[in-house]
Design a protein around this ligand. Structure first.
Ligand code: ZN
Ligand code: ZN
Length: 370
């Protein structure tokens, strides 16, 4: 399927962003460190108190303003030839330099995650310019992954699969969630990630909290354990995969509920594909759980987009009628959470192809008894 998606160079991304800015009536985009900056420049700039900012005019040459001492790192990051790197010395006001690059600007777009202090300083330095958020413009560019990005997500998916494949080494009664979590975190980097983003080891009643991380709870025989883990690869792409394990004999009723969950996850995966409204993928999973009497325990949306961020567009949730398109990557992760008792979730990352989806996680989905 990779052949059907185009390769898009970093410079081409900049050009597309400029066209989108012009179409939105913006004179320029101001982008500070974060996933948007990395997408547009390939530079994973640290979020420092010193200003780093891409000044991307709708028409003209992009300038990346960096603190003088960050220049070597910026140059080493593979920034495209289209971007001019300009450094600012320690005692110069970089906000004034940005303003100087935008004479007569009437409307500038800011990335959605810019620090508030910068928003206010840009407002003061550019009194004639309206500020608008451009998260949606950038997300429209980022939401359909190119062939290279899908390959990077595939690699991230395979890396986190290798961590789940080793779970029996670590997960057993008598150990605490935290001890298991530490082993998992070590493996996430050992198996090819540059960074650990999150480790959830939610045993027994802790499984009823979808975003439980780890605790000092000692895992007991018969506990269901929700293990949701993810990291970021050196290329910047994220992994995110959940499997639910049982150490010993599961509690009464759990296996039956898990069977419904598995059917829900398969139903959503079968339903997803190009042209399908995002919300109907959510409904496909939710209907199965509701029929099994578990609807009230499925307390979150079915999935989220993934790429340079773990959570990004598209969201697989009721109300999102947008049609899925080839290249969109997201999680399908139904779950059930029964307060004071247990929880379970099955999560795979998938990418939309020309005629369906490709799963980027391949570990078995049946209840894993360790
Ligand atoms: Zn997850
Ligand atoms: Zn997820």
């Amino acid at each position: 399927m990779g052949a059907s998606l185009a390769h898009v160079s970093v410079d081409e991304r900049l050009t597309r962003a400029q066209l989108a800015a012009a179409a939105a009536g913006l004179d320029a985009l101001l982008i500070t460190p974060g996933a948007d900056l990395r997408y547009l420049t390939a530079y994973d700039a640290p979020p420092l108190e010193r200003l780093t900012c891409l000044v991307l005019p709708a028409d003209g040459k992009p300038t990346l303003l960096v603190p003088q001492l960050e220049r070597p790192a910026a140059e080493a990051s593979g920034i495209g030839a289209a971007v001019e790197i300009r450094d600012w010395p320690e005692t110069v006001d970089p906000v004034e330099l940005v303003a100087g690059l935008l004479p007569g600007a009437r409307r500038v777009g800011l990335d959605n995650h810019m620090w508030a202090e910068r928003v206010l300083r840009f407002r003061a330095a550019l009194p004639g310019a309206d500020q608008v958020l451009v998260g949606e413009i950038l997300s429209n560019l980022r939401v359909r992954k190119s062939a290279d990005e899908v390959a990077a997500l595939r690699e991230a998916g395979a890396a986190i699969d290798r961590v789940h494949a080793r779970m029996a080494e670590w997960l057993r009664p008598g150990r605490t969630e935290r001890e298991v979590g530490r082993d998992i975190a070590d493996a996430i980097t050992a198996e090819g990630h540059a960074r650990v983003d999150f480790v959830t080891v939610a045993s027994g009643p802790n499984g009823a909290s979808p975003h439980h991380k780890t605790s000092d709870r000692v895992i007991e025989p018969g506990d269901p354990v929700v293990v949701d883990i993810g990291g970021t690869t050196p290329a910047g792409y994220c992994s995110d995969e959940t499997r639910t394990y049982v150490v010993g004999e599961p509690p009464a009723g759990f296996a039956k509920a898990y069977d419904a969950l598995l059917r829900a996850q398969l139903a959503a995966c079968d339903h997803a594909g190009p042209g399908v409204p995002a919300e109907s993928v959510d409904a496909a999973a939710r209907d199965v759980l509701a029929e099994a009497g578990l609807g009230e325990y499925f307390v979150h949306r079915t999935g989220h987009g993934i790429g340079l961020e773990t959570h990004e567009e598209p969201y697989i949730v009721a109300g999102n009628r947008a049609a899925l398109e080839p290249g969109m990557a997201f999680s399908i992760e139904p779950g059930f959470y029964v307060p004071t008792r247990y929880g379970a979730r099955i999560e795979d990352i998938v990418v939309v192809t020309a005629d369906g989806i490709e799963r980027l996680n391949r570990r078995p989905r049946e209840l894993a008894v360790l």
